[in-house]
Design a protein around this ligand. Structure first.
Ligand code: 13P
Ligand code: 13P
Ligand code: MG
Ligand code: MG
Length: 371
């Protein structure tokens, strides 16, 4: 083919059913209808789904990342779905559409975006991850393990095309700046940053120079949009998504999935204000119930065929992840017993953009000075 393929995963919460639990099927149908109109035109292929209350649009095309027409299509689709959500009086209809009108790119307007543009290989496995009830930092630990931890990814040790390691692009989302770091050389320093996952988030991963894959083509992309930074107040959690390519010089599909056997603690859950375990589930089980959670992640696998999405395979719909789910529920029990206490509740600096400061402001005038 020669011409590069772009995979765009764009998501938004445009109304929950009920509360923040899941997406009503009419919204999925509306989105499918909208994208279908562009199949064979703007789009090569698409897949519409949901993770919890987030409507997820996976699209393939040849127009590159940050393409205005593709972003406009996503925005208009979310607007159409919002109309349906309003008619059904779903919860928080239009929640993530934070600006009045679309202007060029959905980034900074509320939706989350992960896009990859690349030359499609002879066989091109790609995994779309979607999370609900958490923030972009939730991807730091698994992405680190996939591309930098030899105890997770044996390919880093035994596959000659992977032993050189990978290059990470890390964003400081507080100060809007970025740094590139090479692993394994800078592994310890990189952990110094990405361990602080509410501030430093992995945005992209690249192959290194001199390897099997072109070093300028990212092999993983994670949505890093922070809703509170756009809205200036709490309107829901960011609920990030990620795209990860696999095999032939990259981690194998099983190495990409392996970190999710550990339900690590992430920020989000009830009112976006609590630490809790991220539970890997099948798509049909991506319904956030207990305490509006626990936070969930789904993984849909595809082979690309000239941009056609051959799939999905619902990768966590597998008894091999039962143990992780049981562990997640044990952790959920343990964390819940802390009630309003930290570290179940997020630390004060992370609570700044929730509804808590309003309560604290009320109390301020009651305080007396200590000698
Ligand atoms: P197969 O022998 O099933 O192709 O698997 C090879 C592999 O690399 C598994 O990770
Ligand atoms: P969402 O970010 O998924 O809308 O959840 C918000 C919330 O407050 C859950 O309790
Ligand atoms: Mg919601
Ligand atoms: Mg959500």
């Amino acid at each position: 083919m020669g011409e590069k393929i772009t995979v765009s995963l764009i998501k938004a919460d445009v109304g929950g059913w009920p509360g923040h639990a899941t997406v009503h099927p009419d919204l999925i149908e509306t989105a499918k209808k909208e994208l279908e109109k562009e199949k064979g035109k703007l789009l090569i292929d698409f897949h519409v789904t949901n993770c919890g209350d987030d409507l997820e649009l996976l699209m393939t095309h040849r127009r590159g990342v940050d393409c205005e027409e593709i972003h406009a299509l996503a925005w208009n689709t979310f607007e159409k779905a919002t109309k349906v959500a309003k008619d059904l009086k779903l919860y928080g209809a239009g929640q993530d559409l934070l600006v009045e009108a679309f202007s060029g790119n959905v980034r900074g307007m509320g939706p989350g975006v992960a896009e990859l543009e690349f030359e499609e290989r002879k066989a091109e496995p790609i995994i779309a991850f979607m999370m609900d009830k958490t923030d972009p930092g939730a991807f730091n630990l698994p992405i680190y393990k996939i591309f930098a931890d030899p105890f997770n990814t044996i390919g880093l040790v035994i596959d000659p095309s992977a032993t050189t390691g990978f290059r990470f692009e890390i964003w400081d989302i507080l100060e809007s700046k970025r740094v590139f770091m090479d692993c394994p050389e800078e592994l310890y320093k990189m952990l110094a940053l990405i361990g602080a996952k509410s501030r430093y988030v992995i945005k992209r991963v690249y192959p290194k120079k001199g390897g099997k894959l072109p070093p300028e083509e990212a092999v993983a992309n994670i949505s890093t949009e922070k809703l509170y930074k756009i809205a200036g107040e709490y309107v829901g959690k960011d609920d990030p998504v990620a795209l990860v390519r696999a095999q032939s010089g990259l981690p194998a599909v099983g190495e990409v999935l392996e970190p999710f056997s550990f339900p690590h603690l992430v920020a989000g859950w009830m009112r976006g204000s609590h630490n809790g375990p991220i539970m890997p589930v099948s798509q049909k089980n991506a319904v956030c119930t207990r305490f509006d959670g626990p936070p969930r992640v789904i993984a849909l696998g595809f082979q690309l065929s000239n941009g056609r999405l051959i799939g999905p395979v619902d990768l966590f719909d597998d008894p091999a992840y039962d143990q992780a789910r049981i562990k997640a529920q044990e952790i959920a029990d343990y964390m819940r017993r802390h009630g309003p206490f930290e570290p179940h509740r997020l630390p004060s600096e992370d609570m700044e953009y929730t509804t808590l400061p309003k309560v604290l402001r009320e109390l301020e005038k009651r305080f007396e000075k200590l000698e």
